[in-house]
Design a protein around this ligand. Structure first.
Ligand code: URA
Length: 431
């Protein structure tokens, strides 16, 4: 009966009390409140919204539905709302670790156009993201960084609720997204949280206003829970870097960690920006000093060293990864039909082609093709001539659709006669 009263109250647009939210989430987690009542509440929240205090209570109740970790060393994590070619965590987390901040990072397998960070890491033969929380903590403390998947012990309420939201049209709600993302990040126990809220065609927040609102909610919720937090709203209209897929993104991350390709310097700078905020907040130092430290730790190989140590601790073998990258695949090259300047590369179109090649999964449990994906040959602003390579499609599956997909990929590129201004990767800082 209490569930029905709470539903009435939210339907009428009133704020729920802390105890009401806690009891509802507890009841749902234990199976005492059925899916249909939880769906009704989720829909009422979508339509009526929640105050900051209600969102904080929702987050807290979801966090407390499972285990919460604690640390006796400085800790920070970065969370991204996800985008096309978004391999930044593979660089940022070891970079922050190299600066003396432990990074316990529970991450997800992807659902959608490309794999999640866990899928990318698991293209390294032997790397296992499935660790007990005890082993996860041990690796984060001894190596400085661990990237693993969330176990069932963390936020079981979110696991149930997210699956329900997915099928009831209730994903697009800032309080529900905040509760979902933040409950998991708070349960990890890191002292500092830095959010990368992506905005544009290749992500679910399409406009700067939507992205800003989510960023502010995540930062506010983290602070309400006693953590240090900040967010950057970043551009996701075009893919990040050249590689969109899984193994190719790991290879590109290794290139960035090795400072091997000046054409990736813009992505390296973005990684430095995030890692610097993690280090500055957690160590209480000026961002400029943290930026300088991160730049040095990337340049001198310390960040790469942390990445390699993390891979080893998770059972991964980078020599076998090199062999995997060299294994035979079906490839198709897309060439430019005109000369000019690359004015736009539509992230969503690129991601759809990568998905069709096998880089993503439609439903949980589907197998990802580790070598499938798109590798761009050009970036925003490049000058190209007729016949110049624009991208390569790659897959290990039957190549019967490659030509059609190549035609789709070509539509992602806009080429103009006039030179174009550089792309701004960071749209706004939400401090
Ligand atoms: N990612 C999550 O973990 N939860 C959401 O609700 C949306 C994105």
């Amino acid at each position: 009966m209490i569930a029905k009263l709470i539903l009435d109250k939210k339907r009428e647009g009133h704020a729920l009390g802390s105890a009401e939210i806690r009891e509802f989430i507890d009841g749902y987690t234990k199976g005492e409140i059925p899916d249909y009542q939880m769906s009704a509440l989720a829909m009422a929240i979508c339509c009526r919204g929640m105050t900051e205090r209600e969102t904080a209570d929702l987050t807290d109740a979801m966090m407390r539905s499972g285990r919460c970790l604690s640390w006796d060393v400085p800790t920070a994590d970065k969370h991204s709302t996800g985008g096309v070619g978004d391999k930044l965590s593979l660089i940022i987390q070891p970079l922050a670790a190299a600066c003396g901040v432990a990074v316990p990072s529970l991450t997800g397998r992807g659902l959608g156009l490309t794999g999640g960070t866990a899928d990318k890491l698991e293209t390294i033969p032997g790397y296992s993201c499935s660790q007990t929380l005890e082993r996860f903590q041990e690796i984060a403390k001894t190596v400085g960084v661990s990237m693993a998947v969330q176990t069932d012990e963390i936020c079981p309420a979110d696991k149930k609720l997210y699956a329900l939201r997915d099928v009831t049209g209730t994903v697009a709600s800032i309080p529900l997204i905040t509760g979902s993302i933040l409950s998991k990040k708070l349960a990890e126990g890191a002292g500092t949280l830095v959010f990368d809220v992506k905005c544009g065609r290749g992500t679910f927040m399409k406009t700067p206003d939507e992205a800003r609102a989510l960023a502010a909610s995540l930062v506010g919720g983290s602070r309400a829970a006693g953590r240090k937090a900040t967010a950057l709203v970043t551009d996701m209209d075009e893919p990040l870097g050249f590689a969109v897929g899984n193994a190719n993104e790991v290879a590109e991350s290794l290139a960035i960690l090795s400072c091997a390709d000046p054409r990736l310097d813009d992505i390296a700078e973005l990684c430095i920006e995030f890692a610097a905020r993690m280090v500055a907040l957690e160590k209480g130092m000026p961002v400029d000093a943290a930026r300088a430290m991160c730049r040095e730790k990337l340049r001198d190989g310390s960040a790469k060293e942390r990445f390699v140590a993390m891979v080893e601790a998770h059972g991964g073998d980078l020599a076998r990864f090199e062999t995997l990258l060299a294994s035979p695949t079906f490839k198709f090259r897309v060439q430019s039909m005109k000369s000019g300047y690359i004015a736009d590369i539509d992230a969503e179109k690129v991601a759809k082609v990568a998905f069709a090649l096998g880089a993503g999964r439609e439903k949980a449990g589907d197998r990802i093709d580790p070598l499938a994906g798109v590798t761009l040959a050009v970036k925003h602003g490049d000058k190209v001539s007729v016949g110049a390579p624009l991208a390569t499609l790659e897959t290990t599956r039957e190549p019967d659709e490659l030509e059609r997909l190549a035609a789709d990929l070509l539509k992602a590129f806009t080429i103009t006669q006039e030179p174009v201004s550089p792309r701004r990767l960071v749209i706004e800082a939400i401090d």
